[in-house]
Write a protein that binds this ligand. Structure first.
Ligand code: ARG
Length: 574
């Protein structure tokens, strides 16, 4: 049992239950003690009793002697809890022996499908795709680490009517020309020209329409041309993923085209279930609870009046495949907030149809927009959308300059490696550390700063500890376990270290990587205070030195593992 908060909560719950079954202890980390339980306030109101009296009863009944040194009522009815020194040292000793650094494995491992990244073929990936890719990737890493089986799904947009126009454009410019253009990542240029021909020429429009029919009927030459477009785009996506250092592999790409053969069954089965309604020629489902501004029921359009399928049919087929085929217990959709109604309606229809049973969770892990310094959608200086490869290269270049200013290690290969870790880490960390639902402003100077809640700050804190641990004076007999926690800064660091499991769990519970960034930033700050007030190598006694070395080592280990779970490298020296 390493999640201290859960441990405290279960003990407190027993005491609260005795007063009012099911009452929530409302346990929070606190500035006044290590934790504070505020549940007596709501309970007092509910039962018409003085909250202080309830808090006193909780203190008298909760069995916390082995965990806390101080449990006291404060203010109108808060319960302040301070962890006991020997409890903390015992916890630290067990973390020190544990390569998972105290993070428990989930009691019930699940199979979790994570749908993320999902760029579109022959269209530029934008910073929104980058944002979702980074969040999704961190969630995959954390879920895997706590023992879940993760299946990644890159739901690439590789099918639909625009492909008629794109293939005709490919034919017009010539295959090798087109491949050239796409291979340098000029996806938007290609798309724009195709669109321009489509808008300008009736003949091109007609060819495009015929091409869609050919594509849908499986014409061999058309499929070959379609493959050229897909392959070139995927090559470009892979380049971005490689620079970014994400887990996504080519085999994770299961694009919209994969579900195409299943769409007729979706319609047929919805019809058989009596869920389909014809509305203006389109075949729709009206799930309860979704209305437009005028209060009229909203349709989820499964098949358009021309017989074509939209995103809804594909997403429904994907749910069936993920539940029925892959056996998912949970599906995470890491997709921008604007899609939230579409997804909620797909989930509702899939539940109605029995394709998404109650015991399978489907969650929209939504995220906000990435904005430029002007607080508008991020654009390049030329006003076009930002090319991701260039953005990532710029991050590394800027980091290289910062490394030069910081006079790190002399070897140029190592400096280049550090710059890469720093630059890419900074971009990822900035994406991960904001509340994912909020829009966030992409700001080079802030994300690359060596102070504040940034990747470079944490990476530097980690490297600094490692350099202390490499010193000859740090050698000698193994560290003292359990460590002594006499100084307040030692104790504060111990409290922070035992909170790692709680932070990792919080990421899983809320699908929120920023729970971990906040934790790591607090840990690094707590370490800084410790480092300033508690000499390590020059400690007064040998025992104290070894004990502090252990605290330092654990801090570096937790920082490195925590960053790794976010997909960020922690160089040994900087
Ligand atoms: N390709 C879409 C886009 O770029 C995102 C797809 C999201 N995934 C999904 N299962 N609907 O906006």
């Amino acid at each position: 049992m390493a999640d201290v908060r859960k441990l405290l909560e279960s003990r407190l719950r027993a005491a609260f239950d005795a007063i009012d079954p099911g009452a929530d202890p409302v346990l929070r980390p606190s500035e006044h003690a290590d934790y504070q339980a505020n549940g007596a306030l709501a309970l007092g109101k509910k039962l018409g009793r003085a909250p202080r009296k309830i808090a006193e009863q909780v203190v008298a009944e909760a069995r916390l002697d082995d965990i806390c040194e101080l449990v006291e009522v404060s203010g109108p009815g808060f319960v302040n809890l301070s962890l006991a020194e020997d409890f903390l040292s015992r916890q630290l000793a067990s973390i020190a022996d544990d390569e998972r650094l105290g993070v428990d494995v989930a009691p019930v491992p699940q199979r979790v499908v994570v749908d993320y990244s999902a760029p579109n073929v022959a269209k530029e990936m934008h910073v929104g795709h980058l944002h979702g890719t980074i969040i999704g990737d961190a969630l995959c890493r954390v879920l895997t680490f706590v023992g879940h089986e993760v299946i990644r799904r890159n739901h690439v947009g590789d099918w639909g009517t625009p492909f008629g126009m794109l293939i005709e454009h490919l034919v017009d410019v010539g295959e090798s020309e087109a491949v050239e253009e796409l291979s340098v990542g000029d996806l938007d240029g290609f798309y724009r020209q195709a669109r321009a021909s489509f808008d300008a020429e009736e003949a091109f429009r007609e060819r495009s329409r015929r091409r869609v029919v050919l594509l849908q009927s499986g014409d061999e030459e058309t499929l070959r041309l379609w493959h050229v477009l897909v392959a070139e785009s995927v090559r470009y996506f892979e380049e971005v993923y490689a620079k970014l250092g994400v887990l996504l592999e080519p085999e994770d790409i299961v694009g919209e085209s994969f579900y195409n053969p299943m769409l007729n069954d979706v319609v047929r089965d919805l019809d058989a279930l009596g869920l389909l309604v014809e509305s203006e020629g389109a075949r729709c489902v009206f799930p309860a609870g979704f209305v437009n501004r005028d209060g009229d029921p909203l349709p989820l359009i499964v098949q358009k009046s021309d017989g074509g399928f939209g995103y809804a049919a594909t997403d429904l087929a994907a749910i069936r495949d993920r539940v029925g085929g892959l056996g998912a217990n949970r599906i995470l959709y890491v997709i921008g907030s604007p899609q939230s109604q579409h997804l909620a309606m797909c989930f509702a229809v899939a539940r109605l149809a029995g394709w998404l049973p109650q015991d399978v969770e489907a969650v929209h892990v939504a995220f906000g927009n990435v904005l430029g310094a002007d607080h508008k959608m991020l654009k390049s200086r030329a006003g076009t959308s930002v090319k991701l490869v260039e953005l990532l290269d710029e991050a590394v270049e800027r980091a290289a300059r910062a490394v030069d200013e910081h006079d790190g290690p002399g070897d140029s290969n190592e400096r280049a490696r550090i710059a890469r870790s720093l630059g890419i880490g900074a971009v990822k960390y900035a994406d991960l550390s904001t509340d994912r639902l909020r829009d966030y402003v992409f700001d080079w100077d802030r994300m690359l700063a060596f102070d504040g809640n940034t990747a470079p700050y944490l990476q530097y804190a980690h490297a600094r500890i490692r350099s202390v641990l490499r010193r000859p004076e740090a050698g000698g007999p193994p560290a003292a376990t359990p460590p002594a926690l006499r100084a307040p800064a030692e104790r504060a660091l111990a409290v922070a270290l035992v909170g790692f499991d709680e932070a990792v769990n919080a990421v899983v519970e809320a699908n929120a990587p920023n729970k971990l960034t906040t934790y790591l930033y607090d840990l690094a700050s707590t370490f800084t205070s410790f480092y300033e007030t508690c000499p390590i190598l020059k400690a007064a006694t040998d025992e104290e030195r070894r004990s502090r070395l252990l605290l330092a080592r654990l801090t570096a280990d937790v920082l490195a593992l925590g960053l790794d779970l976010l997909g960020i490298e922690a160089p040994e020296r900087m």
